[in-house]
Design a binder for this molecule. Sequence first.
Ligand code: GLY
Ligand code: MN
Ligand code: MN
Length: 473
Amino acid sequence: MGKAKARKNGLYGDISPELSALMRTGWADTERQDLEPAEQAPYAAARRAALSALFPGERLIIPSGNLKTRSNDDTYPFRPYSGYVHMTGDQARDCALVLEPRAEGGHDAYCYQLPRDGRDDDEFWLGYHAELWMGRRRSLAEAATVLGVATRDVRKITEDLAAAPAGVPTRIVRGIDPALEAAVTTDEELDEEFEGTLSELRLVKDAWEIGEMRKAVDSTVRGFTDCVAELSRAIATSERWIEGTFFRRARLEGNALGYGSICAAGEHATIMHWTTNDGPVRPGELLLLDAGVETTSLYTADVTRTLPINGTFNEVQRKVYDAVYEAQEAGIATVKPGASYRDFHEACQRSMTEKLVEWGFIEGPADRAYELGLQRRFTLAGTGHMLGLDVHDCADARNSEYVDGPLVPGMVLTVEPGLYFQADDLTVPEEWRGIGVRIEDDLVVTESGHENLSAGLPRTADEVEAWMAEFGG
Ligand code: GLY
Ligand code: MN
Ligand code: MN
């Protein structure tokens, strides 16, 4: 490591040899001897074993990712690649898991990590991303203990890969660490397939992961009640108050949010990804709140409730709400092992199609409307997705394993029908315009059916009103 470059507008010039010498001495040995393997370590080992079995004789590289510049010398909060987290339980930046094939079969796993900063040059106190500025990292030995996997110095990964046995087919997850990607020769198509497999290995959660999903959802339930309790302050300010209130819960009990909270009051509820959250919160309108706490282990919930800001649904709001509830009930009822992943989607969409035909907003009969997809003018989005380390988890899985596959115990998914009547939609009566309703719950598929992890929140219109009467502020 060389001397850090002086900052252009820094107040200090040269470093005197005396200061440099002073900085390098007098530091205690802080190596931790008290660490134990993480609870997740044996689960991560089993996940690596499953991956190893799918790629005999191949070298596999899964990077964690690097810091990304936000502006000038400021960076975004670091979020590791989910495939890396899944295979290691680790969340550190600039790392990579390498599975090196053994001649006798199987793989040796090495987790390449950024070691602690030495105190033998000036980098440790001048480097902008050094520990003294960013916080202490684990030493290689500490990381090996906690993760339960051999660790190596990531600064030597290129060297190690160059010295590794030649002729071994290699795959890397692309788009995560450009420098590391440039250091290996791989086939784009095979890399894509590898990324898909990593996604597929996350489709069924293990027992430890389901425990984390419970934590994420339980905390999210508390966050939703916080928001109801703070409604009057949101009315006095804006949707931002809701956003901040939920974020406080997420940050306090977890790492952060699993995705940008959608705090959509009034006609903003018809905008699928409304995360600007700067609009007014008006009594008489609805608030659609779609938010999820991400645990410290990075598993996220994804829950939506739609509530009347004044505590009581009006007639049209209740009509829409009841239709979405009915659709969600129809969808949830299909979630069980052996069902097709598409079943809950179809049940929700059919139910809402029937309502839209009954209301005269699309032309019937309902079967024909459904075949033609006419309901999509008002349903807009899909009706659910896998959930886990990513809010839209397992997104690179093949269709045959995901959307065209069967439900299997251990899968965690959302069921989230919604109806959205745009403010400028001339095909519906005026009092329907600007109404958006979504109800979203997080389900785990069990041996006998499913469990609704977010059942702690009210779902029927009456329950929502009672909840608001009890907690509303
Ligand atoms: N919050 C994003 C989604 O519900 O899929
Ligand atoms: Mn969702
Ligand atoms: Mn959502």
